[in-house]
Design a protein around this ligand. Structure first.
Ligand SMILES: Nc1nc2c(ncn2[C@@H]2O[C@H](COP(=O)(O)OP(=O)(O)O)[C@@H](O)[C@H]2O)c(=O)[nH]1
Ligand SMILES: [Mg+2]
Length: 637
């Protein structure tokens, strides 16, 4: 191990009450971990205690837990972040109920390594010690502690302490370091006020880093808070990195609004949840669990009640490992990969635990037959497979934000996975920035729908040149994202299946086919307005003179308007494009020769029209920003 980088490791005690956990922590660190007056008076640990030790280049943070069965929920809050388990078994009592329960919990929480301390070795003779050693070895066979060192110690005489320290150091070397480069997450296990500082929260920093000046988000409430200062391992630091007990001084919030179970996290990235899909493992000692069973649920430092629904099964037998959907009574913040513990509703004993597979799950539905396969894919933890499976099931497509909230991945991880899938044509990137992914199947459906809608529209509106983009978009409904629509349309245009001139979309190569009498009528309409100049005839009058019936005449007029050869100035007044262009020229010439102000009267003289036409035309010029109204006059712009 390099000497310049100090490794930070959390050691958590576990074991039955009175087996000497707290005394051992004191013997190792010099700090007695019991903090509360009641704990000192009664001589038992009620809540979590903390102590620090630097040894062999490792910064140890000790979390000492209560052994009493009534305080297992406090124990759970402390067990959440531990790297190395210090399993404490008194040599004069051997394995007792909370030895088993705490050990089950640590195993279910995925703790990977640890050391066993056979405490109170001063109270027993060698034969007893050997007997206990054999019992413990037998008990741990097949578990993650099978090959862990068993160290006899005495907090009273100091025997075995240096062996225990080196055993802990060895375990620390092999402990996987928590990653400071990931998103910041600190499950809170304590909140208090400190004189002169204000609100402080503390917990084991499990991921990312935090420093003074950072903005953080408080879950589940979502409050954005500013970090005033940070302590790590009991010392003030610029930034706290993972694997240490971390205290964060927060601005802008009362300490009474903060409590155990809340989480501080990187702001704006995550979502709280009430429905999670999990892999649930039942202990052999548990009872058979039925659909809808209520259990106590613990994740990180949080605790709530959960209702259990099995995917693809009606019940789970002791020792089983199954996929389940948990409906949580309170909203929590968990990420995929987080471990949890479930305890029987009553009497309260630990019955199982597992790992969160999808933190933002939908409620279980019978017709959702693909869910188990989906969860199996997620559990394999291959980024590309996970992203492909998530995209497959996203009926609206998947946004960058959703991916972060569901996976906790970093930006570059998401982009790498998305690029890989796009290149292999397994998902469609319909927008690169911000990233939006849809499945190939969904994209093809949208393409197909677009072509169908355009064809249907053109069939029903033979005299119209195409459907407007807006109408086409609306015809697809809300279940198609705008990004998906745009990408699909662009692709259809690029492949020359559709054309999209201006605001119109039409089949490639389609032209309006007019019958000879329609073509003639269309010319007549245009000519009527072209020859009228500014004193235009009424629309009804023009259309009535044609040889085609009213409905077709109206459509021909629409074509001329769409082609912009005719322009609607008001509901009643339609002008030919040329007449309006000439008018604008006249006004421009007037400005050059006579100045930039013109009254209605002068405008009427200039154009030779009556008030009936003059006012709407001036308003039209205002809208076109050729003129601007100023009292009774117009300013020519
Ligand atoms: N003789 C002896 N007594 C011990 C030793 N360690 C702890 N004790 C005593 O055992 C009792 C329980 O210890 P404590 O650390 O509070 O146990 P915890 O409940 O596991 O934290 C206390 O009275 C301690 O003084 C030891 O190594 N030798
Ligand atoms: Mg204790």
């Amino acid at each position: 191990m390099s000497t310049e980088t100090t490794k930070s490791v959390i050691v958590g005690t576990a074991g039955h009450i009175d087996h000497g956990k707290s005394a051992l922590v004191e013997a190792l660190t010099g700090t007695h971990p019991d903090r509360l007056a009641e704990e000192k008076r009664r001589g038992i640990t009620i809540d979590l205690g903390f102590a620090f030790l630097e040894e062999n280049g490792v910064r140890f943070g000790f979390v000492d837990v209560p052994g009493h069965e009534r305080f297992v929920s406090n124990m759970l809050a402390g067990a959440a972040g531990i790297d190395v388990l210090l399993l404490v078994i008194a040599a004069d009592e051997s394995i007792k109920p909370q030895t088993r329960e705490h050990f089950d919990i640590c195993r279910l929480l995925g703790v990977q390594r640890g050391v066993v301390a056979l405490t109170k070795s001063d109270l027993v003779d060698n034969d007893t010690l050997e007997l206990v050693r054999l019992e413990v070895e037998e008990y741990l066979r097949g578990s993650f502690l099978e090959h862990a060192p068993l160290v006899p110690v005495s907090a009273k005489t100091g025997a075995g302490l240096s062996e225990l320290k080196s055993a802990l150091s060895n375990a620390a070397v092999n402990a996987a370091a928590k990653d400071a480069a990931r998103h910041f997450r600190l499950p809170i296990d304590r909140a208090f006020a400190m004189k002169g500082f204000g609100s402080v929260v503390a917990g084991t920093l499990i991921s990312g880093s935090v420093g003074a000046g950072d903005e953080v988000e408080l879950f589940p409430g979502g409050e954005r808070l500013r970090v005033r200062g940070v302590q790590s391992g009991g010392k003030t630091v610029e930034r706290a990195t993972p694997g240490q007990r971390t205290a964060v001084n927060l601005a802008g919030i009362e300490h009474t609004a903060l409590k155990r179970g809340m989480v501080l996290a990187a702001p704006g990235k995550f979502r709280k949840t009430r429905r999670i899909d999990v892999r649930l493992e039942l202990l052999n000692s548990a009872r058979k669990m039925k659909q809808g069973t209520r259990v106590h649920f613990h994740a990180g430092t949080a605790e709530t009640i959960a209702e259990v629904f099995f995917h693809g099964a009606k019940e789970a037998l002791p020792g089983a490992s199954v996929f389940a959907n948990l409906k949580l009574q309170d909203e929590l913040f968990v990420l995929a990969g987080d471990r949890f513990i479930v305890r029987q509703f009553s009497p309260v004993v630990t019955i199982g635990g597992g790992v969160v597979v999808d933190p933002l799950a939908r409620r279980p539905m019978l017709r959702d037959t693909g869910r188990v396969k989906f969860l199996e894919t997620l559990q394999r933890e291959n980024d590309e497979e996970t992203l492909a499976a998530m995209t497959e099931r996203a009926i609206l497509g998947l946004t960058f934000e959703e991916i972060v909230a569901r996976t906790g991945w970093m930006e570059n991880e998401i982009h790498v996975a998305a690029r890989g899938l796009s290149a292999a044509d397994r998902v469609k990137t319909v927008s690169a920035e911000p990233l939006v992914l849809v499945s190939g199947k969904l994209f093809e459906e949208v393409r197909k729908k677009i072509v169908e809608k355009v064809e249907k529209f053109q069939k029903e509106n033979l005299l119209l040149p195409g459907i407007s983009r807006e109408d086409l978009r609306a015809s697809l409904g809300k279940r198609v994202r705008t990004e998906t629509f745009r990408a699909a349309l662009d692709e259809l245009v690029a492949q020359k299946k559709l054309e999209a001139p201006g605001e119109l979309v039409k089949k490639a190569g389609s032209e309006i086919a007019l019958l000879p009498e329609e073509a003639k009528a269309k010319e007549q309409i245009e000519a009527a307005f072209a020859s009228a100049g500014l004193a235009v005839p009424s629309v009804t009058e023009v259309l009535a003179r044609l040889a085609v019936e009213a409905k077709r005449a109206e459509k021909l007029l629409q074509i001329l308007l769409r082609e912009k050869n005719l322009v609607r100035v008001t509901q009643e007044l339609i002008y030919h494009r040329q007449a309006l262009a000439q008018l604008k020229e006249k006004v421009a010439t007037y400005k050059k020769t006579k100045g930039n102000r013109i009254s209605v009267l002068v405008f009427k003289e200039l154009t030779g029209i009556t008030r009936k036409y003059a006012i709407p035309l001036l308003e039209y010029l205002d809208r076109e920003r050729v003129t601007r109204r100023a009292g009774d006059e117009r300013v020519i712009l």
